[in-house]
Design a binder for this molecule. Structure first.
Ligand code: HEC
Ligand code: HEC
Length: 286
């Protein structure tokens, strides 16, 4: 009996420890969201470089980030939330640590896990300063009341499972090879983190985790295929060709890209500076 009691006690401790591990809040820097015009302006640029509008732009065509777009995936339909500062239906009242936890750790202010339909694993590599400027921009926008439907996911899928999913993804994360020039480093920051190009251009394993050992090797999408973006696939492209595609959507052979790449060009890459488009080209063509 005594041994059994001890075993039960040990099991209980293990259960409590794993709950703690699953629910513990990651620690983030203590920062204050800036409210200067410069921060808001920088935030607007980062919202473009982050492609946030592709998902969060309101379906009411108000041009605000009031959400509602249905994002279909193998794991159900996710609805992009309202990220205007409306208090009850948006992110009104969010503070610096709420933004850092969401953008860099995939955790909501109540501690629960976001689904990776929100590409937070890509955004995790953003600097804290960039997250703060994004926060400054978002909070400076008009609050729009917009109720977004709940996600339509299979019964077995729960938010807490994302704790394990993230841990697995961390374990599978390879070391990146060092880059040769500051331009490539800037391009990598835009491609891997803000622009989350790998969300579509990198193949995923059965659990939906991008396989970064085959980074940008191309991937299936719906009935089609998303092209590879490596030096081999791009051997016939100059850096200027690549930057031009990101600006206008036209390939070197005169064809236009379509499908899911269109919003990327419209909301993200066409709004970047030419310098940043060339940095992306330098990174992919390296
Ligand atoms: C591929 C689509 C997609 C892109 C791109 C995207 N998001 Fe999201 N975002 C989502 C989805 C889906 C959720 C909800 C996740 C959930 O409920 O688990 C979300 C959640 C959020 C939340 C939490 C909202 C809340 O009410 O808790 C914030 C903040 C956010 N996104 C900001 C951004 C910013 C800023 C960007 C650009 C840098 C961005 N998102 C880009 C799909 C996207
Ligand atoms: C939401 C999914 C998605 C994201 C995110 C995305 N792409 Fe694409 N991309 C596509 C699809 C789909 C195509 C194929 C379009 C077509 O065939 O018309 C494509 C095509 C391309 C092409 C043309 C390739 C070729 O050989 O014809 C380039 C270049 C490209 N993307 C670059 C990028 C870059 C750079 C980023 C990040 C800033 C990015 N993409 C992010 C879906 C995406």
């Amino acid at each position: 009996m005594k041994i059994r009691g001890k075993l039960i006690a040990i099991l209980l401790v293990l259960v409590v420890l794993s709950c703690y591990w699953i629910l513990a809040r990651p620690s983030v820097a203590r920062l204050v969201i800036p409210d200067s015009a410069a921060a808001v302006e920088q935030g607007e640029y980062l919202i473009s470089a982050g492609g946030c509008r592709s998902c969060h732009e309101g379906i009411d065509s108000s041009g605000s980030l009031s959400g509602g777009l249905a994002l279909e995936s193998e794991f159900g339909t996710f609805y992009a939330p309202n990220i205007t500062p409306h208090t009850s239906t948006g992110i009104g009242g969010w503070e610096a640590d709420d933004f850092l936890l969401a953008m860099k750790h995939g955790r909501s202010p109540d501690g629960s896990y976001y689904f990776p339909a929100f590409p937070y694993r890509a955004y995790a590599g953003m600097t804290d300063e960039d997250v703060m400027n994004i926060a400054a921009y978002l909070l400076a926008q008009p609050a729009v009341e917009s109720h977004v439907p709940g996600h339509d996911t299979p019964l077995w899928l729960s938010r807490w499972m994302m704790a394990g999913w993230n841990l697995l993804a961390d374990l599978l994360q390879p070391e990146y090879e060092p880059l040769a020039t500051p331009e490539q480093v800037r391009g990598a920051y835009l491609a891997r983190h803000l622009g989350h190009c790998g969300e579509c251009h990198t193949p995923r394993n059965a659990l939906g985790i991008p396989d970064l050992r085959q980074e940008f090797a191309g991937a299936p999408l719906g009935d089609g295929h998303v092209e590879a973006l490596d030096s081999e696939a791009l051997s016939g492209w100059s850096e200027e060709d690549f930057a031009f595609l990101l600006f206008l959507g036209m390939k070197p052979d005169g064809e236009y890209v379509g499908g899911k790449m269109e919003p990327v060009i419209e909301h993200n890459t066409s709004r970047l500076t030419e310098e940043d488009r060339l940095a992306l080209a330098a990174f992919f063509k390296r």
